[in-house]
Each structure stands twice: as structure tokens, then as C-alpha cells.
Design a protein around this ligand. Structure first.
Ligand code: GTP
Ligand code: MG
Ligand code: NA
Length: 345
């Protein structure tokens, strides 16, 4: 009926920032995994998508949500990790272009760095709303770690010294953001989310501030951007990466933003040289709290509904162009039209 609330999909959150600010570590903390520890020299080289179910978020942010009387209505969050190393500008660009909201991670001990500024410019160019995780608060001198609590609870127990250093580092970051012509404020003091960027102090080591990050991201999506995350049937699917995998053949890692993909779907994809027409052999998803990057444990699906990170297996995909849309050709579509559309991207 018309009085029913619209169906919401999980918002797509992209994690961006300078190298080693703690993007993957924050994700690991949220998922209770250790992807960062398995990376070569600890450097992220790919984009990874992971789905965090709402039950998990509710659980981690229970105390804060209760205090704020905040209710989670979204099915979950789809988090996309990106590399901070300077050579991966294309991956940051792809991630920031596709997400509903970005989390820009800044190391509180370093302030703004080269790829922080590059990320800010990407987000601005694409008009992507974002919040800042001011990470590594636990490195402040004499910081008393309070595991997994919300940041204001933790600030209450800090020594005068630690609290002063915290204040002065927040002030420095606010001043550096002002140089980039951005107004910023600690999120609980933010007078207007449309005019000020919210800062969420966090630690990926102690978990402090992680409840805040999840509540704030969800709150912004539910309150201000609900329309953006209203589920739509019309297919919207972006290819992030192309990989040939032994035993599977040509695959792409994609983010399904809206709509449904099914095994056997006839697909049209932009290809180097010519458009690719193929049929989906299998649709693989990581179990909740895992990500598409991790090779093991992928689950085959008959169909997948947005939003979700998905590995698509189909012959011919090795020539697909990352960053472009995947189209499905139904009985009503004209294949030549779709090929032209795919190739025009
Ligand atoms: P790239 O993907 O390579 O850009 O790095 P990243 O932003 O994902 O950072 P990563 O998670 O690899 O962390 C870099 C280093 O910082 C690792 O040694 C982490 O253990 C450490 N680190 C991350 N977050 C925190 C934090 O909150 N506190 C402390 N003390 N160390 C952290
Ligand atoms: Mg990383
Ligand atoms: Na790193």
C-alpha cells in the first residue's frame, strides 16, 4: 500500500585516505577480521567490498544507540576499502564515484597529508558527502584506552594532559581543513551537517569511536539521504576490478548498487576494443563480514539483490573496462543499443 515505508538498501560507504592512516584496520575492527595483517607490507592494493549486517552494527553500537534513542532501519552497510598509496588514484576515484557516503580517514598524529587532500578533491568533484574518521587517538601521549566505547565516554576518563593534546590536535586538523576551504567540527558539536564536515575520533586498535562512526554514518543516510538509499529495481552495477582466477576463468568484482542479478543473465559490458556480450556463469558473494578480496569461502548464489559486493564469473570478461557499468539484456532490450551504450562509457 502507499502508506508502506519505502524499502531501503544498504548504503555504500567508501573508505578513503592517505596511506597507513588505518583504513583497513578500521574495517578489520568493525568486522573482527585481520585483512591488514595479510597484506604485503601492509599496503592495500585493491578495492574490497564487505557487507556489515545491521544486527552486527546494532550490537557494536548498542550503548550509544540506546543513549541517543537511535533506531537502525537500514539492512546494513556495504563498506568499500581503497588503497592510500599514491599510485592508486584510479581506485580511489572509482570508489569515491560510486559510494553514497565516504569516510575520509585522517591520522590524528599527522593531520592532512598528500592523499588526504587528493581524496578531498575527488569527493568534491563528485559531490560525494563525507565524514572524517580522526584515527589513532590511542597514540596520544598518556591516552587511557577504553575498549570499544563511544568516544565521549572515553574522553571523560582521559587525564588533563591527554585531553589537552586531543583538543589541540583536533584544532590543528580543523585549521588544516579550513585551508582546504572546508568547515569541520567534532560530530557532536556539528551545528549543520550540510555545512560542516563531521569529525569522529577513532582508534582501530582499541575500538574507541567505532560505535560513533557507525551510528553517525547510519544516521546521516537515514535522515538526510534516505531517498538516495531507497531500493530501486532498475539495475545499477559498477565493475571495480577484473581478475582471471584459476579454476574460475575471467571474473569481475562489482558493486551491485540497485536491482537484481541472476545466474544465466545475458550481460553487456564495455570492453577494451569492443563491447562484451556474455552470460553470467556464477555469482559469488563473500559471507557477511568478509569481503570480495578474500579468495576463500565465496558463496554461489542463484541471484543477488542490491546493494552487495559480488564476484561475477562469465566468459570474455578479461577484457572488461574497470569503472564502467554492467548492463543486463532482457527480452525487451535491443542488444545493439546496449552494446552502444556500454561502449559509450
Ligand atoms: P593503505 O591501505 O596501505 O593505504 O593503509 P591503511 O590506511 O589501510 O592503514 P592500515 O590499516 O594498513 O594501518 C597502517 C598501520 O597503522 C598498521 O601498522 C596499523 O596497525 C596501524 N594502525 C591503524 N589504525 C591504528 C590506530 O587506530 N591506532 C594505532 N596505534 N595504530 C593503528
Ligand atoms: Mg589498507
Ligand atoms: Na597500510
Amino acid at each position: 500500500s502507499s502508506t508502506e515505508e519505502p524499502e531501503l538498501r544498504s548504503p555504500i560507504l567508501c573508505i578513503l585516505g592517505h596511506v597507513d592512516t588505518g583504513k583497513t584496520s578500521l574495517l578489520d575492527k568493525i568486522r573482527s577480521t585481520n585483512v591488514q595483517g595479510g597484506e604485503a607490507r601492509g599496503i592495500t592494493q585493491q578495492i574490497g567490498a564487505s557487507f556489515i549486517p545491521v544486527e552486527n552494527i546494532r550490537d557494536q553500537a548498542k550503548d550509544l544507540a540506546e543513549r541517543l534513542k537511535f533506531e537502525f532501519k537500514l539492512p546494513g552497510l556495504l563498506l568499500i576499502d581503497t588503497p592510500g598509496h599514491e599510485s592508486f588514484n584510479n581506485l580511489r576515484s572509482r570508489g569515491s564515484g560510486l559510494c553514497d557516503l565516504a569516510i575520509l580517514v585522517i591520522d590524528i598524529m599527522h593531520g592532512l597529508e598528500a592523499q588526504t587532500i587528493e581524496s578531498i578533491n575527488l569527493l568534491r568533484m563528485r559531490k560525494t558527502p563525507f565524514i572524517v574518521a580522526l584515527n589513532k587517538v590511542d597514540r596520544i601521549y598518556e591516552w587511557r584506552p577504553c575498549r570499544n566505547v563511544d568516544i565521549r565516554e572515553s574522553l571523560k576518563v582521559q587525564s588533563r594532559h591527554a585531553a589537552q593534546e586531543f583538543d589541540s590536535r583536533v584544532k590543528d586538523t580543523v585549521a588544516q581543513l579550513a585551508v582546504q576551504e572546508l568547515n569541520a567540527s567534532l560530530y557532536w558539536k556539528n551545528p549543520d551537517h550540510r555545512k560542516y564536515v563531521s569529525l569522529v575520533p577513532t582508534s582501530a586498535v582499541t575500538g574507541e569511536g567505532i560505535p560513533d562512526l557507525m551510528v553517525l554514518a547510519t544516521q546521516l543516510m537515514q535522515k538526510i539521504m534516505a531517498e538516495k538509499v531507497t531500493y530501486r529495481d532498475e539495475l545499477q552495477c559498477t565493475i571495480l576490478e577484473v581478475k582471471t582466477i584459476e579454476g574460475l576463468g575471467a571474473t569481475v568484482d562489482a558493486v551491485l548498487v540497485n536491482g537484481v542479478l541472476s545466474e544465466g543473465d545475458k550481460i553487456v559490458v564495455s570492453g577494451f576494443g569492443a563491447p562484451i556480450v556474455s552470460t553470467i556463469r556464477s555469482l559469488l558473494t563473500p559471507p557477511p563480514l568478509r569481503e570480495t578480496r578474500v579468495k576463500t569461502q565465496l558463496i554461489p548464489n542463484k541471484s543477488v539483490k542490491a546493494s552487495m559486493g559480488v564476484k561475477i564469473v562469465a566468459p570474455g570478461l578479461e577484457k572488461a573496462v574497470p569503472g564502467t557499468s554492467l548492463l543486463v539484456c532482457t527480452e525487451d532490450d535491443d542488444l545493439e543499443d546496449l552494446k552502444a551504450q556500454a561502449q559509450s562509457e
